[in-house]
Design a protein around this ligand. Sequence first.
Ligand SMILES: [Fe+2]
Ligand SMILES: [Fe+2]
Length: 263
Amino acid sequence: MTDTIEDRLAAWLRADELDARFELAALPDDFAADAEERDVRPSRPAPLRVSTKTPRSVRASAMRTPAGRARVLHTFCHHELQAAELFAWAVLRFPRTELAFRRGLLQLLRDELRHARLYRAEIERLGARFGDHPVRDWFWDRVPARPDPISFVAFLGIGLEGGNLEHARRYAARFREAGDERAARVQDVVAREEEAHVRFAATWFRRWTGGVDFDAWRARLPDPLSPSILRGTPLDRASRRRAGLDDAFLDALEEWPCASPRS
Ligand SMILES: [Fe+2]
Ligand SMILES: [Fe+2]
């Protein structure tokens, strides 16, 4: 049997140990020449429990206790894992895309796993474990319904990762206010590195559609999802500009008042 990137990613998504989800061994050099489209969903090994309930929002006072901060980081850690998994999913789901695009997805996947490990280390420093709380598969419940690579980069990259440019900075400030400089620094790293992820998405969206037009982007989002939940407040225009979004796009986004659950 040939050893392909695709088979390794599928096996990784189906791993039956949670620790295995945090690591991805070196992959073979090449993608399969004639890979079929596959829709591979991740396993959720114990102790991870998936909940469909909306968690209560975190009270400001929760940031004052190690357990409260660990709980916030637990949510962020699962966001990173879902992002990593979804980049693997996209390699398998869109095998006809350009090689450079799929190679880029693998790079992003590794960044997300590193972010997940940074968060896991902070959770453990605070005396908790990843898996202590139920998780929501909010990204997984929505992203795989995207029918094509353009919609995939629109929603996950420009939308969800774009929103994280504001959220990560906002939470860096909240961790600092709480006196937790280490957790704040992890947010700084994530905020900085996510710019490159949004830029990756914007670059491919531009290449495939001829620009990064706000209405064209909005038309690719899951209906009835509003742009309001894909931004924080205030909009971090400098960061988003560095990620390749122009002022016309940012002006249009700013007209949608922030309604993100993370703000
Ligand atoms: Fe990340
Ligand atoms: Fe990312």
